[in-house]
Ligand binder design. Sequence first.
Ligand SMILES: C[S@@+](CC[C@H](N)C(=O)[O-])C[C@H]1O[C@@H](n2cnc3c(N)ncnc32)[C@H](O)[C@@H]1O
Length: 301
Amino acid sequence: MAVLEISDLVAEWDPATGERLPVRRSEVVAALRAAGDDRAARIVRRIPVLGDVLDPDAVDRLLIRAHTELQRLNEEVRMAERFAELLAPVLAAVRAEGIRPRVADIGCGLGFLVRSLASSGVLGPDVELVGVDFNRALVAEASRLAEDERLPCTFVCGDAFALIESAAVYLSNGVLHHFPADALPEFFRAQDRAGAQAFIHYDLAATRLAPFGAWLFHRARMREPLGRHDGVASARRAHSDNVLLSAAAQATGMETFLFEPTRYTNPLCAAMRPVVGLRPQLTGEVLRTLGRRARGLVRAR
Ligand SMILES: C[S@@+](CC[C@H](N)C(=O)[O-])C[C@H]1O[C@@H](n2cnc3c(N)ncnc32)[C@H](O)[C@@H]1O
């Protein structure tokens, strides 16, 4: 049976115009019940409606609350530092090729990663940072938070499959599992076609115990029922190593790798690990610089 995340169902945008579409609560509840998820259906039934349409303002407030809690988890597991560790040698190699170091975070949510990298300045003053998400409310909140702190970064609305932001390096954090396995190859191909020099996409490792680890972690650290629910669903939907590797290999102009494959992962934890793509001219230097940190990586064939 399909595993669904509430956050994927309660807000919808027209991919052509970017306009918000009405979402009927009864349809979301029916879809969740058909997937055997009565608990999620109960959570959705508590969202206010206008007629039968989910109140968009209430949905936005709910998603912003859940993403704020998600930001705390990301801070706790030091995701920005983990990205920076890989990004530093990648951007050094990009600069050595004479290419502008522009980095786009796809599915940025509240933009915690972009804001954190902009705030620390760890990547250097010449790096341009942009966050992209198709959820307008999250993009607006990310922009507001960045303006509050006068951070050197921007946020735009956009779809992961229609890249409007050209970048030397594409990132994502906790986004791959939102795409069905048969859509993943196009996700990677789009970045190859866009001329990316590299990509780094972190997502949950699909271990047997990851759903339990996710339950424990989200229970301890999150209050919002939607966030608790979707955290566990994410671990249940995580793509296997083989699915990720064969999809990433569709970026045929790049060499692609899975770092920390599941055989190296603590099965109790819903560990985050990256799929990395590099233009062949960058690979040698980046892997040399990473040294022991690149241990255990699996190369896609
Ligand atoms: C689990 S959240 C992760 C947010 C953020 N990366 C973080 O780590 O806090 C997944 C994000 O992906 C966004 N998203 C899902 N599908 C997308 C698509 N096709 N294009 C752009 N953003 C997408 C959602 O709106 C949501 O903000």
